[in-house]
Design a protein around this ligand. Sequence first.
Ligand code: NAP
Length: 273
Amino acid sequence: MASTILLTGGTGTLGRLVAPLLLASGARLRVLSRQPRAAGAEGTVTAGGADGVEYVTGDLATGEGAAAAVAGADVIVHCAGTPKGDDVKTRHLVDAAKAAGSPHLVYISVVGAERTPVSSGLDRAMFGYVAAKRASEEIITGSGLPWTTLRATQFHELTLTTARAMARLPVLPAPAGFRIQPIAAAEVADRLAELALAAPAGLVAEMGGPRTYDMKDVLRGYLEAAGRRRPVLPVRLPGKAAAAFRAGANLAPGHAVGHRTWEDFLAGATAAD
Ligand SMILES: NC(=O)c1ccc[n+]([C@@H]2O[C@H](COP(=O)([O-])OP(=O)(O)OC[C@H]3O[C@@H](n4cnc5c(N)ncnc54)[C@H](OP(=O)(O)O)[C@@H]3O)[C@@H](O)[C@H]2O)c1
């Protein structure tokens, strides 16, 4: 059993669900966050608090605090991510991890990262996130560290955040021909924790939600559940990356392993809308 696990992104949607599973294994859990907790000056590990978690303040975009975060970790579960610059964050984490030893690096990536061509400036502007996930995967594969990477489809939680943001517009633009296969973050968290507590496994089978939906239907479903009326307008996105998405690059039909459907999630989540 691992004795010390570093969890990046442990304050996020996925990481918050992974943390209790790792703690329950009996491991010592350290969470890296940009937000200071209690006495945590940058790069200082605070003792385990009431939740049993140690916190270290740092920023993977700059690498500050990374050395303190990885010190003594046997396993690193890397869930920190933002729409931009995940490759840079992963590079800083990997460099710190290699300087500290040979921890098992467990990474969460996205379905389609390896088959979405992001070559033009236009592709990069719209799909730079996917390219950075792919670059992160390659940094990890080439790091020489023992590693495990899990690719998942879009979480219900992000789908809802996106739908809510778009519903503020008078007309909701839906990328024409795009389909998504959303999955509950909790189901991904279960699998990621299981992988973190096992031996390094390389690239494991990807995870997708139980059903695939047209983007416009997802948005209409949200509007209906939230009791709002807005037109949804299909918009055709240009570029090769968008074409790959229209061809289903972001879907995992052979790995529809999630159980909780978008409808179930939506019913529980839109009461406050
Ligand atoms: N959301 C999806 O649909 C989806 C699908 C497949 C894979 N993924 C991947 O799963 C991971 C988690 O996604 P999520 O939806 O849980 O994200 P989220 O809710 O937006 O949380 C992002 C986390 O990253 C941390 N973070 C961001 N920038 C950081 C930085 N510069 N240094 C250190 N920590 C930083 C944040 O911590 P602080 O704010 O506390 O610093 C936060 O804990 C990401 O890698 C994402 O690409 C997501």
